[in-house]
Design a binder for this molecule. Sequence first.
Ligand code: FEO
Length: 402
Amino acid sequence: MYNSVAIKDDIFLIGFNDRRTRLFENLWPMPDGVSYNCYVVRDEKCALIDTAHAAMGDILLSSVETILGDRKLDYLVINHMEPDHSGAICEIVSRYPEVKILGNKRTFDILASYFGSVADLQEVADGETLSLGKHTLQFHMTPWVHWPETMMTYETGEKMLFSGDAFGMFGAPDGGVFDDQVDFNARLEGEMRRYYSNIVAKYGTMVQKALTKISPLTVNMICPVHGFVWRENPAKVVGLYDKWSRCEGDPGAVMIVYGTLYGFTAQIADYIARLLAAEGVKDIRVYDSSKTHLSFLLSEAWRCGTLVLGSCAYNTQMFPAMDEFTRKLSFIGLKNRRLAFFGEYSWNGGGVRNLNAWYEAGKECYELVCAPVEIHGRPDDQKLAGCTELAKAVAAGIPKSK
Ligand code: FEO
């Protein structure tokens, strides 16, 4: 089948590229699509690890049949029940009615709530092993990465980790399925960080626990359910997940993001960016919160060590898109960031006042580096003068680029 690749002797990736769906979870844009991966271990006993989105059910079935031939499927391991991976369970059970479904208690609670009583269930315990013949699977409970039932499956001979959503990414692979077949450039790393920040980041503490849990394992290959199989440099994605789940931003990177009605706050943003560049800061990105989707703003906030946030007043409040952005940062738990604020008002303010209120409510997570700049009406040279102090304070904590 076009979508099956032998990734080791008798171990296969079945991958589906979805470039049609516009929004992942009906929320998050996918300009470059997404892939859904599942895996087959063909041995004396045969196992399928995860399934796929329901829309891929018939192709998944054909792929499994092609790999197994006239063998039966003995086990279906469910690492994660979110429907992008569990959607084809009923097709698999219909075709292979004797299959045993392996999961944990929470897996089966969710399974029953979706599909009722579907098959023969076998609960597995943390650390338990299952011999398939030459290959042995070991189950590791890693709850809340990012659902309560999530677990990882480790193949002990080849030392392959089937990791579920962990180490996955947005973006459908354009050909290569292994990390060594692609240039894992800033765009691809960005799509991995966007998946992390949008989908997983709220559970960063649990990601840290999962990383600790798997750290004693020797891992030659990481096989996630979205994106690439990591065989050349699995340590790279473990390192990225460690960094992101500790909320460690790039110290040299500054994100300026603003909300504006008629452009005055945008002018302040551009002026601050110019001043920062003059101070020697090279990694500066400026965003209009109305234009750039929240999904990308969150990812950028996860990258940048310093956030410079601006808002005009909107009916005495923050600009709505900035209000949504800042509330979302609090909800998913960003921390360890340097902050500065700016804004504009025409009558009695509200943008900067509410940025400050947001900061005060979670100040243990941030370092506010200077007083805000708030301008009344149209910015001019005199009114913009306060930006110089703000830019100097922001730049003072940023390592000089070489
Ligand atoms: Fe890719 Fe949590 O599902």
